[in-house]
Write a protein that binds this ligand. Structure first.
Ligand SMILES: [Zn+2]
Ligand SMILES: [Zn+2]
Length: 170
């Protein structure tokens, strides 16, 4: 009988220890999860430390409290959305080109402003396509871009180069 009793008590002790170990592992796992989740959602390292401390010091309840107050989005998602918004704004800005003189809306392929006749772009000698100011060669027909002579005329006339009005209509 005493042998059977001691076996029973050993079993109980083992069971109790296993139970305690399980609870401790679960506690540490939830604390670690809180740290990992906070690091993905919170940029401020002090707030991440605070959330991790809450998850560790208040077993089980800490992570639940953290879940109520954590930011709804991952930092990665916020960053990606910001990039998308920036790209969209840039596309809109490209669409919304304006004349530097009269601020009228102009299309990217306009050579002159239709409102104030300010020269906006140089046309390719060969194919007549509008060329950007920095281009060395026409992307449509591969003709090298000739240096425009207009600023020289302005210089000889002693006039300030931009804005040049009415030069096309005359
Ligand atoms: Zn204009
Ligand atoms: Zn061309």
């Amino acid at each position: 009988m005493p042998i059977a009793q001691s076996v029973d008590s050993v079993d109980l002790t083992l069971l109790r220890n296993l139970g305690i170990a399980f609870v401790v592992i679960l506690w540490l796992a939830t604390a670690f999860w809180t740290f990992k989740d906070a690091r993905r959602r919170i940029a401020d390292p002090w707030l991440v430390a605070l959330a991790s401390l809450l998850g560790l010091v208040v077993p089980f309840l800490g992570p639940v409290i953290y879940m109520f107050f954590r930011p709804p989005e991952y930092l990665q998602d916020v960053h990606e959305r910001d990039l998308e918004i920036k790209a969209m704004e840039q596309r809109l800005a490209e669409l919304d080109q304006r004349c530097p003189v009269c601020r009228a809306r102009v299309e990217p392929h306009y050579l002159v402003c239709p409102v104030c006749t300010t020269r906006l772009k140089q046309a390719c000698d060969s194919c007549g396509q509008p060329l950007d100011a920095l281009w060395q060669v026409c992307p449509h027909c591969a003709t090298p871009v000739r240096l425009e002579l207009a600023p020289l005329e302005d210089f000889t006339r002693g006039l300030p180069a931009p804005p040049r009005r009415r030069e096309i209509s005359e």
